[in-house]
Design a protein around this ligand. Structure first.
Ligand SMILES: Cc1cc2nc3c(=O)[nH]c(=O)nc-3n(C[C@H](O)[C@H](O)[C@H](O)COP(=O)(O)OP(=O)(O)OC[C@H]3O[C@@H](n4cnc5c(N)ncnc54)[C@H](O)[C@@H]3O)c2cc1C
Length: 442
């Protein structure tokens, strides 16, 4: 087969380093695909999008063979690296710059459905991922943030999300720190151990879905029947679902239409009973950034603190900077100490990075791009719920099932081209600097 008729991703996922979420789970040996296989469907990418897609394909086609592939061990992609907030809605302009009310309503309907879908899966299969329905909080650190949050509250109300204004005292009561001023509590989300959720979903797929991780697709033909080449295997199939998030442009879709940002997180050891007793409430919480670039933080069900901050531009190689992890850990240490001086002795056990994709104009790659070749990429830093529902709808579309939600996702336009480099980098870094300045002290 000539190279013109095949796609060879120039960049493959390479974050072999575990996130803290994976590190605190029991080891899980990878099961790479070996040998030559035939399948009815291949799903490339086993994050929340791909796992949901494979599940729905398996349900709708009980007689078909479905192979779900991931280049990395399960959960080593963004889906096992994130802050674990299953986000239920988006506020329009005022919340996210340039997001129209209609687009925010559409995405909110999708995200509500994605959150409900994941909540149901957790209940149905008894997935142990510490799912909590506690509302996420956005809080201000300065007057700019507070007036911004008032606008945001209105925005969330316009898309039908239940919001409470929370006073400074209530924020302190919830988070156990007086670092923040007043804020908003946003209802309807889930808070989870994301790597445990992903494992639970993958372990409860229909029996006709084979999961193969540590199995990168290094070459793929452009037309059906598709032949996918892996280091130790080949698969031939009639239909391919590309659910590979930041690597989708490597397969030729959405090139030049995304901005990629690396962001980092740290997880502490569990608090001692004495440290935990200093918090007014004995329950997990999630604080998500009020302004882009600010910190997310969590108290987990097992009494660890998660700190997610430190963001930089990552378009060139889709990698975070390993060399910088010590420096990042220092910044996270300071951020934890600033919020909870009594936790100074609580060690940080894990620090990691991950990449988030931001499509131009809040668009989404979704659909059938050649006969039998489907793709979806929806991240925007909120791809847990949006990925779960998009993967499900992609499977339904490919199987000829229609729905109001499918009409919504299909109406979201594709991302428009971004300015070329180095202009794109310049704009992104300027925006990052501006938002970091706004949310000082952070
Ligand atoms: C630090 C951090 C914090 C975040 N916090 C949140 C949050 O709190 N809430 C939220 O909703 N979102 C959050 N996000 C974003 C969220 O993690 C993503 O939007 C979501 O996981 C995307 O899921 P996905 O399935 O589309 O992609 P991924 O999880 O990235 O899955 C795609 C998979 O494709 C695989 N792949 C790529 N190329 C190939 C190939 N050639 N062959 C085989 N496999 C391939 C990759 O290995 C990868 O596992 C965060 C992200 C980061 C990095």
């Amino acid at each position: 087969m000539g190279t013109h008729s095949t796609i060879k991703p120039a960049l493959l996922p390479g974050d072999g380093q575990k996130s803290g979420w994976n590190a605190i789970l029991p080891d899980r040996p990878a099961t790479p695909l070996v040998g030559n296989h035939d399948a009815d469907w291949v799903v490339v990418g086993a994050g929340f999008t791909g796992v949901s897609c494979a599940r729905r394909l398996g349900e709708l086609n009980p007689g078909h063979r479905i192979i779900l592939l991931d280049a990395l061990p399960l959960g080593f992609g963004a889906s096992g690296r994130n802050s674990g907030v299953v986000t239920e809605s988006l506020a329009p302009e005022g919340g996210i710059k340039g997001l129209s009310l209609q687009r925010a309503r559409d995405k909110t309907r999708l995200m509500n459905a994605g959150t409900d879908l994941l909540r149901r899966q957790v209940q149905e299969h008894g997935i142990a991922c510490d799912w909590s329905d506690k509302p996420r909080i956005k809080a201000s650190t300065n007057p700019v943030g507070e007036s911004y949050l008032r606008g945001l509250k209105e925005g969330y109300e316009k898309v039908g999300t239940r919001i409470d204004w929370v006073t400074r005292d209530e924020v302190r009561h919830n988070l156990g720190t007086d670092f923040y001023g007043s804020g908003i509590a946003i209802h309807g989300n889930g808070i989870v151990q994301p790597a445990a959720l992903l494992r639970g979903l993958a372990d409860n797929l229909p029996p006709n879905v084979l999961v193969a991780d540590a199995s990168p697709v290094i070459e793929m033909s452009r037309q059906a029947p598709f032949r996918l080449t892996l280091p130790g295997a080949t698969v031939t199939c009639e239909r391919v679902m590309l659910c590979c998030n930041i690597f989708l442009p490597q397969f030729g879709f959405g090139r030049g239409r995304y901005m990629f940002l690396a962001t980092h997180a740290s997880l502490t050891a569990p608090m001692s009973p004495e440290q935990a007793s200093r918090f007014p409430l004995d329950e997990p919480f999630a604080l998500v950034p009020a302004i882009h670039g600010a910190a997310s933080l969590r108290r987990t069900a097992d009494n660890r603190i998660l700190m997610r901050k430190s963001t930089h531009y990552a378009n060139r190689d889709l990698r975070f900077d390993w060399q910088a992890l010590e420096q990042v850990r220092g910044a996270h240490r300071k951020a934890i100490d600033d919020r909870w001086p009594a936790l100074r002795d609580l060690p940080i056990e894990h620090t990691w990075g991950g990449i988030v994709s931001y499509p131009a104009n809040h668009g989404q790659v979704f659909g059938e791009f050649a006969p039998g070749l489907y793709a979806s990429s929806s991240c925007c830093g909120i791809g847990v719920s949006l990925g779960a529902i998009s993967g499900t709808l992609l499977a339904e579309m490919a199987c000829g099932e229609g729905s109001a939600l499918l009409d919504i996702v299909r109406a979201i336009p594709a991302p428009t081209p971004m300015p070329p480099e180095p202009m794109r980098r310049y704009i992104a870094e300027k925006a990052l600097r501006r938002s970091t300045r706004k949310c000082q002290p952070d």
